[in-house]
Design a protein around this ligand. Structure first.
Ligand code: URP
Ligand code: ZN
Length: 461
């Protein structure tokens, strides 16, 4: 019998904050609290004095080896999950994006094969990119038989994977009927395409026009439309990567009305701003993502929305590209592959710039990087420290200090948008399914792989 006893740590979940012990047996948490003491046959005892003991972090939004015209995003499931693990993330949620004529189930099968290389547990959100006679039955099959309960659609990118309003209506009806959750990338595509064309025709080709062609209004319009569709079709809605204060306010209004609408933001929208696009091409292109970085005034509004529970989760939207991939857009900003890496740093950035700067509490931090995501996506064994849960545990050293650098990061990418950022806190020990994977901040087990996790119904809180 494999046992681990973690002693004297500060155990923190959204409902608990005590100094105590936690016992793990055969991959599961057996007991948590002050009364737990060493038992016979305890194989490993870890002293967590002065450290926080936390549920393994869950990232709801990553894109490993995402196909784009500039090639695959530069982290595959193996390297990306290694980076995630280093930062304390023990479960990843990636996406299945079928081709226009491909079946959802066929695409899901292929993506599961790629994701099997992950070093940590994972699940998938499935993207309907069109509506045909099979789409409704396939959504049903995903929920009934495949353990997939979250779907993602794009209101942007109409000339590739984006969907129009009629398709959105049909998808929402099907997701609602099957008690799933629809995630939406909200940007008004017509507004964006018009502005892109206008800037390009005027010879305005630099990265700053990426941001100017995707204004806050494009996000706000799409979020308000999505909320109205959600109300009409009674479909639970999760807005991904909310980047503006206005977006958060729209979600607040919907929730005040009692609608099941949820929102995610990302560290990049809390910490970086639109001035990045005025830097030389390489640095500016590194920050090209959709939605784009915004004016600084949005930061406080987004922090506030996290603190008030108006936005429930943080994702990394991890989608890194190397410098030479970003260079595809040297003469036309619309050819810069969209996305940046962050899976390794999301927890520490939120800790340093959120908790330590009194923008969110420690327990809110745990909710925002772990528990709420597990609840919303039906990951019943994740995101909490309680008897019977998977033994995915992070022992966090709140005093550790480091500086982000592409020279030392684990992410497979030759640049880092947080280069030079000071961070406090470190995943000193990471345990997944009762196996010690990180010790003293270093990976000690990279042979163990994760498993596909079947999601249950979303908990709509
Ligand atoms: O720019 C981004 N966010 N790239 C990743 C794909 C997406 O749209 O989420
Ligand atoms: Zn994304």
């Amino acid at each position: 019998m494999k046992r681990i006893l973690i002693q004297n740590g500060r155990i923190i979940t959204p409902h608990l904050d005590v100094i105590g012990n936690l016992l793990i047996e055969n991959g599961k948490i057996i007991s948590v609290g002050q009364e737990v003491s060493e038992r016979e046959n305890t194989t490993t005892v870890i002293d967590a004095g002065g450290r926080y003991v936390l549920p393994g972090f869950v990232d709801p939004h990553v894109h490993m080896e995402l196909p784009t015209p500039a090639g695959l995003s530069s982290d595959d499931f193996e390297s990306g999950s290694r980076a995630a693990l280093t930062g304390g993330t023990t479960t990843l949620l990636d996406f299945v994006t079928p081709g226009r004529r491909e079946s959802l189930i066929g695409a899901l099968k292929k993506r599961k094969e790629a994701a099997a290389a992950s070093l940590i547990d994972y699940s998938l959100h499935v993207s309907p990119v069109q509506w045909n006679n099979n789409t409704g039955p396939e959504i049903r099959e995903c929920v009934r038989n495949e353990g997939i309960t979250s779907f993602k659609a794009y209101l942007a990118y109409q000339n590739s994977i984006g969907i129009d309003d009629a398709t959105l209506a049909a998808v929402m009806e099907a997701v609602a009927e099957n008690e799933g959750l629809l995630m939406l990338h909200c940007e008004n595509d017509g507004m964006v395409r018009y502005l892109q064309q206008k800037y390009l025709e005027a010879g305005k080709i630099q990265p700053r026009y990426h941001a100017l062609s995707r204004p806050p209004e494009a996000e706000a319009e799409a979020i308000s439309r999505a909320i109205l569709f959600s109300r009409q079709f009674k479909c639970p809605l999760y807005i991904v990567h909310v980047s503006t204060g206005e977006g958060a306010s729209l979600i607040e209004a919907a929730r005040n009305e009692g609608l099941p609408v949820f929102g995610e933001t990302c560290a990049q929208y809390l910490l970086l701003d639109q001035s990045a696009y005025d830097k030389p091409f390489g640095q500016a292109a590194a920050c090209v993502m959709s939605p784009p970085l915004r004016e600084k005034c949005h930061h406080e509004k987004l922090w506030d929305a996290l603190a008030k529970g108006l936005l429930q989760t943080t994702g990394s939207d991890h989608c890194p590209f190397d410098k030479n991939q970003k260079a595809a857009g040297k003469n036309d900003f619309t050819h810069i592959p969209n996305g940046a890496g962050g899976v390794e740093f999301r927890p520490a950035l939120l800790f340093t710039y959120g908790v330590l700067q009194n923008k969110i509490s420690l327990q809110q931090w745990v909710s925002l990087i772990s528990t709420n995501t597990a609840r919303l996506f039906g990951l019943e064994q994740k995101g909490n420290l309680a008897p019977g849960m998977d033994a995915d545990v992070v022992i966090w050293d709140p005093e550790a200090k480091s500086v982000v650098s592409s020279k030392t990061h684990m992410q497979h990418c030759d640049q880092n948008i947080y280069e030079g950022f000071e961070i406090y806190g470190k995943a000193e020990t990471v345990i997944t399914a009762g196996n010690i994977r990180i010790k003293a901040g270093e990976i000690v087990d990279d042979r163990t792989t994760g498993h596909f996790i079947r999601c249950r119904k979303p908990e709509l809180f």
